[in-house]
Design a binder for this molecule. Structure first.
Ligand SMILES: NC(=O)c1ccc[n+]([C@@H]2O[C@H](COP(=O)([O-])OP(=O)(O)OC[C@H]3O[C@@H](n4cnc5c(N)ncnc54)[C@H](OP(=O)(O)O)[C@@H]3O)[C@@H](O)[C@H]2O)c1
Length: 326
């Protein structure tokens, strides 16, 4: 296992996405939430293979509680580096300063209790706009939490695109960003995001390597509201076949070939998927020519294919259209 350098921490290049530990999640989910026994097995297999990075959030259902319970049960709380995130209520911006800060304090305390941690190694804002809200009301509180030692490092989860990351780079308190990054998504390389982060020692965690499962779906199973992805999926299937690789291997090796990424967080529905992804991780980086072929094929994929937040909006529009047609 590789451990790209980041300050005092040892972070595995392969990370565990845990929204599936607390919720039924994914565009292709057929197995539901991960069972507790699978969670225990996944953490034990992770330890055996040097995987120590876990991504979670307070809004992933019971994910934080499950992680805390499982790590205590196997006596491995100190063996993992955990990243969790701050989420506030939808109407937080209508609240008084005092009420907003109460929400932040409450969320941080609950994360620490659920995970069984006195210090949260990485605490990310789940929405970039929290950072600048009311001249840094939330952010200043969290910076104090860093100086008191309840938070190790602060960061921001990027939702929409590179411009949000560029804004974060102006703030020295941002020590980590989480971005969606995969074969279809050329935006980050075009905007030089990875190069800048690496130059400044900012940790980059990537999610969406399988685009929430969409990249692996059968063509005839892709739902109506993301059918614009079909032509790109067709090209992806062709490139994988020409390279003699399975799509899942091609897309994972693609992200593992990027040296500026600190850790790739992959969501898993089972221990079987976890082991399979680990086996792919152990393979060589892709050849330069194949990486170039992928970048040429997917240089201009539209945002409504790349961004699952926009799929939700399109699903709503599609459902409204269906109702009007009925
Ligand atoms: N910061 C944010 O805003 C944010 C948003 C979303 C997620 N996340 C984090 O990122 C993690 C990953 O989520 P993601 O949306 O980026 O998903 P992803 O990693 O792109 O895809 C995960 C999905 O791919 C499928 N999969 C994984 N391994 C597989 C294998 N070996 N064979 C077949 N299918 C496989 C599973 O779906 P099926 O089996 O159901 O097809 C799984 O749910 C989450 O767990 C969470 O920690 C963060």
């Amino acid at each position: 296992m590789e451990y790209p350098p980041f300050k005092e921490l040892k972070i595995s290049r392969f990370g565990i996405g845990t929204v599936q530990f607390g919720l039924e999640y994914g565009i292709n989910n057929k197995t539901g939430q991960v069972s507790y026994s699978d969670v225990l097995n996944i953490f034990e297999t992770a330890l055996e293979n040097g995987v120590n990075f876990i991504d979670t959030s307070r809004v992933y259902g019971t994910s934080e509680e499950t992680i805390g319970k499982a790590l205590r049960e196997i006596g491995a709380v100190d063996d993992f580096v955990i990243c969790t995130k701050l989420d506030l209520s939808e109407n937080y911006h209508e609240k008084t300063d005092e009420a907003v800060l109460d929400e932040v304090k409450d969320a941080l305390r609950k994360s620490m209790e659920s995970l069984g941690l006195a210090t949260i190694p990485f605490y990310l804002l789940h929405r970039p706009e929290y950072r600048t809200f009311r001249d840094g009301l939330i952010w200043n509180y969290l910076k104090e939490a860093v100086s008191k030692g309840t938070v190790g490092h602060l960061g921001v989860s990027i939702a929409m695109g590179p411009s949000e990351a560029i804004e974060c780079f102006k703030d020295p308190a941002v020590e980590a960003i989480q971005i969606p990054y995969n074969v279809f998504d050329a935006r980050w390389d075009k905007a030089g995001i990875l190069a800048v982060a690496s130059e400044r020692g900012i940790a980059v965690f990537n999610r969406s390597s399988y685009l929430k499962g969409l990249l692996l779906m059968e063509m005839d199973e892709v739902p109506e509201h993301v059918t614009e992805s079909l032509c790109y999926k067709e090209s992806l299937n062709r490139i994988a076949a020409e390279a003699g690789l399975e799509v899942k291997e091609l897309v994972l090796r693609y992200v593992f070939s990027v040296p500026e990424i600190t850790s790739t967080i992959i969501g898993i529905d089972s221990q079987t998927q976890f082991k399979e992804n680990l086996r792919i991780y152990e393979k060589e980086p892709l050849e330069r020519a194949l990486i170039q072929k992928i970048r040429t094929a997917f240089g201009e994929v539209p945002e409504y294919v790349l961004n699952p937040f926009l799929w939700d909006q399109r699903l709503l529009m599609w459902q409204q259209q269906q109702r009007r047609n009925a």
